[in-house]
Design a protein around this ligand. Sequence first.
Ligand code: HEM
Ligand code: HEM
Length: 127
Amino acid sequence: MPYSILGWVSTGLLALLILPYLLVQINKAFIKGKNKGLLKVIRFLRKLHKPTGIVLLLVAAYHGYLALGSIRLHTGIVLFLFALATVVLGGSFYRLKDKKLLKLHRVLSLMTIVMFFIHFFFPRLFS
Ligand code: HEM
Ligand code: HEM
């Protein structure tokens, strides 16, 4: 089913968005900058970060349109709103360079991940 494929593509994009953060933590805790390849991968993923956020919104919206077909209270819609807020804050931080916005961007990205698990395991929680 196309909606299902697009749901998985969205999941992959979301993973790609938080991967640099996870790799930075792994690097700090275990590798301590000794693996130059890993540092290159992190730099590359950071370049992809902004366009990936925008593409996620487009793919997720189409996935949601195919899967649900209407606007009503659903875990998918709530997930989309969290992702949208995360993207808006990411873009705002990029423009304004205010540390508070980056903090909020991080907190909202965590909330987006939590909401993803709710959407995945209990899709009809709100219906
Ligand atoms: C970041 C955004 C999103 C991600 C990562 C995501 C991911 C997924 C995944 C992985 C599935 C399961 C597909 C399968 O079972 O093969 C799914 C199902 C579904 N999604 Fe999403 N989704 C997102 C946004 C949305 C939005 C915006 C909507 C609706 C407006 C939505 C509506 C649905 C519906 C109705 C299902 C079927 C659930 C059921 O079985 O009842 N999703 N989604
Ligand atoms: C749903 C989409 C997004 C998620 C889940 C997400 C997640 C994250 C996370 C977890 C961090 C922290 C990285 C760290 O502290 O090392 C981060 C950093 C950042 N994000 Fe996002 N982000 C998203 C979309 C965007 C978008 C669309 C933009 C800009 C247009 C953006 C701009 C930034 C910037 C400038 C940083 C800080 C610098 C960097 O680490 O590269 N983000 N994002």
